[in-house]
Design a protein around this ligand. Structure first.
Ligand code: PUT
Length: 292
């Protein structure tokens, strides 16, 4: 009974659970913020779990990391300064590094244990930290953004965990206001935005906050990640007032960036066709999110 309650009581997806067969637990410790676990699964390779929630698996991480990164960076010309919020596994850094125009990659991750564990167990992701353009701050992103210079970044990527525990403040209005302030005019935000099947209200709330805060455009895109609850994950793409951004038609196609398809490792999921397709929404999402 206790196990059943544990399984079905997660506030992010009450009444459902997803199982992966565990071959071996490789790491399990409590950090200052959360329980960090790595296990070897039988089908998806190694898996990173925070507070009982799957964050990534070796098999399908490409879909998440590539989409959350290239949807924003391929939507603007020559991104130079990029900030990553969260993303302590390094996968988003690995993807940003494909963009030769980028000069600075700031990252603010709250939990050093996530970084250390990724370096030990997920070298294919943690290689992102090896790029000389990366500047790491271990700390609270809310504070980091309060202190960030106005208009500093061309793009910000919020690769957070779900808004329970340390990531709770990352879906609140003051945080989005600070994100918008830190972006240059016509700069872009790509924010992890949960599942359209499970989190309609949360997504609606995030969309209305972003519509009030970002004076350019606000769009929802999604991709398939089999090991996330419901098998999909979404992203909110927003731009600040300034040169208009046409998110649905990448102005900076990845296929035209020299070396991008093979930088450190092959691009496995993202391409310009899937970029455009990511913005095609099911009718119920268009209606409920009031999205065109
Ligand atoms: N950054 C990982 C996202 C997890 C969503 N459940």
């Amino acid at each position: 009974k206790a196990l059943k309650e544990y399984y079905f009581n997660n506030p992010m997806w009450p009444g459902e659970a997803h199982s992966l067969k565990v071959e071996k637990i490789l790491f399990k410790e409590k950090s200052e913020y959360q329980e960090v676990m790595v296990f070897e699964s039988s089908v998806y390779g190694k898996v990173l779990v925070l507070d009982g929630i799957v964050q990534l698996t070796e098999k399908d991480e490409c879909a998440y990391q590539e989409m959350i990164t290239h949807l924003p960076l391929c939507s603007i010309e020559s991104p130079k300064n990029v900030l990553v919020v969260g993303g302590g596994d390094g996968g988003v850094l690995r993807e940003i590094a494909r963009h030769s125009s980028v000069e600075l990659i700031d990252i603010c991750e709250i939990d050093k244990m996530v970084i250390d564990v990724s370096k030990e167990f997920f070298p294919e992701l943690a290689l992102g930290f090896e790029d000389p353009r990366v500047r790491l701050s271990v700390g609270d992103a809310v504070e980091f953004l309060r202190q960030a210079a106005e208009g500093k970044y061309d793009a910000i990527i919020v690769d957070s965990s779900d808004p329970v525990g340390p990531a709770q403040e990352l879906v609140e209005k003051p945080f989005f206001e600070n994100l918008a302030r830190a972006l240059r005019p016509g700069g872009v935000l790509c924010n992890m935005a949960e599942s359209m099947w499970l989190h309609t209200h949360l997504i609606q709330d995030m969309i209305s906050i972003c519509r009030e805060t970002f004076k350019g455009s606000v769009h929802y895109a999604w991709t398939s990640v089999p090991t996330y609850p419901s098998g999909v994950i979404g992203f909110l793409l927003c731009s600040t007032e300034g040169p208009p951004v046409d998110f649905k038609n990448p102005i900076n196609p990845i296929e035209k960036i020299e070396g991008a398809l093979q930088h450190r490792r092959e691009l496995r999921f993202y391409n310009s066709e899937i970029h455009k397709a990511a913005f095609c929404l099911p009718s119920f999402v268009k209606k409920e999110g009031n999205l065109a």
